[in-house]
Design a protein around this ligand. Structure first.
Ligand SMILES: COc1ccc([C@H]2[C@H](O)[C@H](O)[C@H](C)N2C)cc1
Length: 450
């Protein structure tokens, strides 16, 4: 491996308490809110086909028109407590809130720019209200921060001239000041979710970003920062020149998921997911496939089964309402989580061979093992292959632990759990399994001779 001044500052998973808590969240909520919610993907009757929070980059909307939207930002329906309660009822254990998206509009009264909520008709500190409400709900708060800031005069995507570099120095100071300001104002913050760090200008700032990361981590012990924040000496983000993860978890799974434990490279990771194909901020007219409750529950359980967290995005509208589609999903996911969260919270990867019926998860503390079934086999026989000296002793429905399901040993280390739900079920269900370590009697099993 090559010598790096600003490569990965740690190898392997963090084992401290704050990171263990992060690893055990299972489900998070992402909130994308800002002035982009006012146009909601339209301008003067034109439909914007891109991501609503990127409408400023659309030729269909004059930059000047966008940059004056904040003068109408006055979300009368905004109720931080209601949002936090809805997230709690959904079963979210953490929330990631946009403090400032690429447009540079600050949802907190930053003293380093006038482009903030303090200078909008709404005036009040939105981040402060959300931090307080989610903390009160027992949901850990993480702050999303975009390095890209289209509003700041010193922002550059590339550094082409001495003048660029001079102005970018001001931008770097501004960025550091805002981050220190956020952690000073909201010290209950558990971590930062950086975005907009792909510009070449930023990926040349290895030394500055490394120092900034260290400064922020010193402000809040245990602070959690993912791999989307800083570049190494050679401009590599996420993984440094030696292939080591830069940051506390991998932040590359945006609207996509790993399929195998190998895909995760043994790192902690989160998957951040939109309800429609690609809308983070509020778009009043979602086009294409809108994910169903079952699809999202499957992503959540799949993430837990591969040692990751699943973060579902909500994009409140310009008045501060959570839209009806998201409200319904939150309620239905919450209903399922109320019954089945034992298979998600504190659970991770179980190294048993994946089967077609769904996903295994195992609780890291108790060792309890779970099967979440999404695909009921026509045979009614759920195949379970256990490793080496493992005997499957019992299988039970999570919501009926008293009753044992019928087990049949079909090969060495292989069983059928004979079970079909009595009535048609339109939601996945969880089976708990109990095992003991025991040598399997050879008896009639004969290893194949090839
Ligand atoms: C160009 O592809 C992009 C760029 C930025 C994003 C931003 C979204 O606006 C949202 O904030 C998401 C978390 N982030 C990666 C998504 C896709």
């Amino acid at each position: 491996s090559v010598k790096l001044e600003h490569g990965a500052h740690r190898l392997g998973k963090r084992t401290d308490k704050p990171m263990q808590a992060w690893r055990n969240y299972g489900l998070g909520q992402f909130i994308h809110w800002g002035v982009y919610a006012i146009p909601g993907g339209h301008w003067e009757g034109q439909y914007y086909p891109g991501a609503a929070e990127w409408i400023r980059s659309w030729k269909g909307m004059p930059k000047d028109a966008y940059d004056n939207l904040y003068k109408q930002f006055n979300p009368k329906k905004f109720n931080a407590k209601a949002w936090a309660k809805q997230a709690g009822d959904m079963g979210a254990k953490y929330v990631i809130i946009t403090t400032k998206h690429h447009d540079g509009f600050c949802l907190w009264p930053s003293k380093y720019t006038d482009y903030t909520v303090a200078n909008s008709p709404y005036k009040k500190d939105i981040i402060g209200q959300l931090v307080e409400a989610y903390d009160a709900e027992g949901i850990d708060v993480y702050l999303y921060f975009s390095i890209i800031d289209w509003n700041h005069p010193g922002y550059r995507s590339t550094l082409k001239s001495e003048q660029d570099r001079k102005e970018y120095e001001e931008f770097k100071k501004f960025t550091r000041n805002q981050l220190v300001e956020l952690l000073t104002l909201y010290p209950s913050t558990k971590g930062l979710w950086f975005d907009g760090s792909w510009d070449k200008a930023w990926t040349e700032q290895a030394e500055f970003a490394d120092a900034l990361g260290k400064e922020l981590r010193e402000m809040i012990p245990g602070l959690i920062i993912g791999s989307r924040f800083r570049p190494d000496d050679n401009g590599n983000r996420h993984f440094d020149t030696n292939g080591d993860l830069i940051g506390d978890y991998e932040q590359g799974w945006e609207r996509k998921m790993p399929n195998t434990i190998e895909d995760t490279n043994g790192n902690d990771w989160d998957c951040v997911m939109t309800v429609p194909e690609n809308q983070w901020g509020y778009h009043s007219d979602w086009k294409g496939h809108v994910k169903t409750t079952n699809e999202l529950i499957e992503m959540l359980v799949k993430a837990a089964s591969l040692d990751g967290n699943f973060v579902l995005n909500f994009g409140p509208d310009g008045q501060g309402n959570i839209r009806s589609e998201e409200t319904r999903l939150a309620a239905e996911i919450g209903e399922w989580m109320k019954e089945n969260n034992e298979a998600v919270y504190g659970c991770g990867y179980l190294d048993w061979e994946k089967q077609d019926w769904g996903y295994y998860t195992v609780n890291r503390e108790t060792g309890k093992k779970y099967m979440t079934v999404f695909n009921i086999p026509v045979s009614g026989a759920l195949r379970v292959k256990v490793p080496g000296k493992t005997k499957l002793n019992k299988a039970y429905l999570l919501n009926d632990p008293g009753a044992s399901l019928e087990l049949e040993e079909i090969h060495r280390n292989e069983y059928f759990i004979h079970y079909k739900p009595a009535s048609a079920t339109d939601r996945p269900f969880v089976i708990g399994v109990e095992t003991t370590d025991a040598k399997i009697e050879d008896g009639h099993y004969q290893k194949a001779k090839t």
